[in-house]
Design a protein around this ligand. Sequence first.
Ligand code: CA
Length: 225
Amino acid sequence: MKILVIEDEQALLESILAYFIGEGNICEFASNFASASEKIALYNYDCILLDLGLPDGEGLELLSQLKQMKKKDGVLILSARHSLDDRLAGLDLGADDYLVKPFHLSELKARVSAIVRRKNFDGDNLILFNEIKVDVSAMKTSVFNNQIVLTKKEFDLLVYFLANKNKIVTKNAMAEHLWGDEMDLSNDFDFIYTHVKNLKKKLAEAGGKDYLRSVYGIGYKFGDA
Ligand code: CA
């Protein structure tokens, strides 16, 4: 998952980042309104963790910005106990859920995962695509019911392809999504090719059909349509 953490409490920000990065996610952060606003305009995230009280602006205003830009990022509001009105306003503005501080990081992770599943796969833990079966929460993949072993990057890549089934995904978007925001500035996407090639090989070795097409000069398309 690719997550943006918008939080100005340094200690909380650091513990959230350490936790999600430790779980193998791509995490970006913003500790004020201005940098958060810039990031949400430039990049896309699976989920944005949004603290409403920022030193230089209102988190709710960021929700309005996302809405104006017609962005599809999931949003989980991190709010103080007393601010019920803000939470309701946030949900009204399109936030997916909220969590009251203080919270356990494991609870935070469960909420984030639920939002991402809801956005991408109608809430299912299990993604089925012909002979391919992916269990998102257990991080297991099988082809014709035979389990295959993927690296974390290959797994994330497959989930990303399945979330964008039958659509062209650009190398740019893949780099940004799977490696982080600064990677979209890179001109050399050879590292993507290596992971795609390995994923393709493992699916083929398990007897899977070849669903992956490379779209010359642009990126890839995964699907059967
Ligand atoms: Ca705050």
